[in-house]
Design a protein around this ligand. Structure first.
Ligand code: BES
Ligand code: ZN
Length: 631
């Protein structure tokens, strides 16, 4: 047995066995219905929560109480909730009876299980109100507390949340699984000059107290709060845009067509049930393009291109009002039901705004081709045999932030397009969509339920026998069928791509008639190809006016091309870009590209380490992994 004796060997075996046991027991503590939550809604389920919270910018904590209304379903004498780094001060019944509780071990990234013991066990069928006094921690993963220097006004701090996928538990004790939906109301105090916004309808705000109510049941991941010194403008009869005053005019202009999009969405999906649709333009460190917080979509300021060309993100978030917010994935293994449907609807509604139906079809297919490019890149990056490229994924032991990619978005939307074509096109499929939305409204579902509903709806349509469900849902890599998209809008790009090489004479005339999205398509194709020489790339940048583009989608791809061609002069600009905004869609690939270029790798790592403290939790967490900094 080489250098180790039998006893040492047995100790090692014991050691690994104990590791295995502790891992197995903590993992099995997670819910059988949701591998990302401890909660057990089948035992007792939260129906409503009343918050009373105070925002403390000095201490960087949210504190106060959550009064939860719980329906008891089984006589186990327990209510089980998710928490992450919460300090629990007390738990009691509404009448003041203190309740015993235990807080389980903190499982990295998942938080701790909060088990509340009920006073008596035989109470299935009863409804209880339980008051939890608590405070969040300074490092709550759902929150970013910004210093004044990170805001446009530079004078006041700012707070915003991002709860999806499973960070709500770091700001409220809750059943942090999208299988559970609850209504909420809230009372929030913040210093005088601040505006508090939440994912809910605003009540009258008297003095420093803001009040809210969300009468439509929502999953915990749709809870949201933002606190800052804000301004707002009316956009339409049910919409306002909020931002710091420095961005308010630009924001009001960029999103002026919100009501038009809402109406187009309603024509396809039925009435908008959330009453108000407001937008909040966040500070640049916001990690996503948009987040569909009900009544108040959060968006990145990188959408402010000055030409409304990035409105597809707004349409996307609007469509979540139906798919995601009304009809919700049961857990994040079925995330494609949220995002794939939303992308699918986003493209339909986007095209419906074009009067000429032939042009509308071309535009829809063009945007689908842009999506196909993104899917191809995602599958290449993650790896075609990686199970995370399946439509339905297994998240046991995998944090949903680590599983996040474009795959559920694009493979999901492509699957729906395939089904639409198969059953006879939009005339047939649109009615199915409305029926699906109606049937599952205010519910959560999984992929099997979707499949069963589809098959039942189309039970006399034999075409569906052709669907290879396993290939679509449970096989990794690219989808089994790629629709025959109309290529009218990519023809000129394909021709130009055929000419581009290191001998090409780049001139503005090459791209003069291209829309911003056609430029994006061109650049995305070039990213997938062997790099051009630095000289060619520089003349391309000048001729195509890429260096001066205000469109973040263009700028992002342009910088990646420069890194891939190893233009050292461009590295400071690339670092500046990732420091000045925190949208992960841009920040992560740029860091990955810089990491792959050995000469600048250390510079990229140093830049990250210096700026990590200004990044939101999820951005820092994922980039850290991209840069292989996990010890
Ligand atoms: N709901 C997502 C954002 C999200 C997903 C946050 C998972 C946390 C976990 C949002 O609707 C979204 O998809 N945003 C996209 C924009 C869109 C046009 C594809 C984004 O941020 O890029
Ligand atoms: Zn989305």
């Amino acid at each position: 047995m080489g250098n180790i004796n039998k006893i040492q060997f047995l100790t090692l075996v014991e050691f690994f066995y104990s590791l295995f046991l502790s891992h197995a027991s903590t993992m099995s503590a997670l819910s059988p219905l949701d591998p990302s939550s401890y909660s057990r809604p089948e035992i007792a389920v939260v129906k409503h929560t009343s918050f009373s919270l105070n925002v403390d910018f000095e201490k960087k904590v949210l504190s106060g109480s959550a009064l939860i209304t719980v329906d008891v379903l089984q006589d186990t004498g327990e209510v089980i909730l998710d928490t992450s780094n919460l300090t629990i001060h007390s738990i009691e019944l509404e009448d003041g009876t203190p309740l015993k509780y235990t807080l389980g071990d903190d499982l990295h990234n998942y938080g701790s299980k909060l088990t509340i013991k009920l006073p008596k066990t035989e109470i299935a069928g009863e409804t209880l109100k339980i008051k939890i006094d608590y405070a969040s921690s300074q490092t709550a993963s759902a929150l970013q507390w910004l210093e004044p220097s990170q805001t446009s006004g530079k004078k006041h701090p700012y707070l915003f949340s991002q709860c999806q996928p499973i960070h709500a538990r770091s700001i409220i004790p809750c059943q942090d699984t999208p299988a559970v939906k609850f209504t909420y109301d809230a009372e929030v105090t913040a210093p005088e000059e601040f505006t508090v916004l939440m994912s809910a309808l605003r009540g009258e705000s008297r003095s420093a107290k803001a009040t809210f109510r969300q009468p439509v049941p929502i999953p915990a991941y749709l809870l949201a709060i933002a606190v800052g010194v804000l301004d707002s403008r009316e956009l339409g009869p049910r919409s306002r845009v909020w931002s710091e005053k420095e961005e308010i005019e630009k924001s009001a202009w960029e999103f002026a067509e919100t009501e038009k999009y809402l109406q187009a969405a309603e024509r396809l999906c039925g009435p908008y049930v959330w009453t108000q649709y407001d937008l909040l333009v966040l500070p640049p460190s916001f990690p996503y393009g948009g987040m569909e917080n009900p009544c108040l979509t959060f968006v990145t300021p990188t959408l402010l291109a000055g030409d409304r060309s990035l409105a597809d993100v707004l349409v996307h978030e609007i469509m979540h009002s139906w798919t995601g917010n009304l009809v919700t994935n049961r857990n994040f293994e079925h995330f494609w039901l949220n995002e794939g449907f939303t992308v699918f609807l986003e493209r339909k509604v986007g095209a419906s705004l074009i009067d000429d139906s032939a042009e509308a079809k071309k535009s829809r297919d063009f945007h689908s081709l842009l999506g196909l490019q993104e899917l191809t890149e995602a599958v290449t990056t993650i790896g075609a045999t990686n199970p995370l490229t399946q439509l339905q994924v297994n998240l046991k032991g995998v944090h949903p932030d680590d599983a996040f990619s474009r795959v559920p978005y694009e493979k999901g939307s492509l699957f729906l397009r395939y089904l639409e074509d198969l059953v006879g096109g939009p005339e047939v499929f649109d009615d199915f969509l409305r029926s699906y939305l109606n049937h599952f409204a205010r519910k959560s579902l999984d992929t099997d339920q979707f499949k069963a509903y589809l098959l039942k709806y189309f039970s006399d349509n034999e075409k569906l026998n052709a669907v290879d469900w396993k290939a679509w849902l449970n096989t990794s890599g690219m989808p089994p069928v790629i629709p025959d998209y109309d290529t009218s809008m990519t023809k000129a790009i394909t021709t130009l791509l055929g000419q581009i090489n290191d001998n090409h004479e780049f001139k503005y005339g090459d791209v003069k008639v291209f829309t911003p999205h056609q430029i994006i398509h061109l650049l995305q194709e070039l990213i997938e190809r062997p790099p051009l020489s630095v000289d060619s790339l520089r003349s391309m940048g000048q001729a195509y006016k890429l260096d001066t583009s205000k469109n973040a989608e263009i700028k992002y791809r342009w910088l990646r091309l420069c890194i891939r061609s190893k233009d050292l002069d461009k590295v400071p600009e690339a670092l500046d870009f990732v420091n000045k905004q925190g949208r992960m869609k841009y920040v992560r690939p740029i860091y990955r590209d810089l990491y792959a270029w050995e000469e600048v790798r250390q510079q990229a790592i140093n830049n990250f380490l210096e700026n990590e403290k200004y990044m939101m939790h999820v951005s820092a967490y994922t980039v850290r992994k991209d840069l292989h900094l996990n010890n």
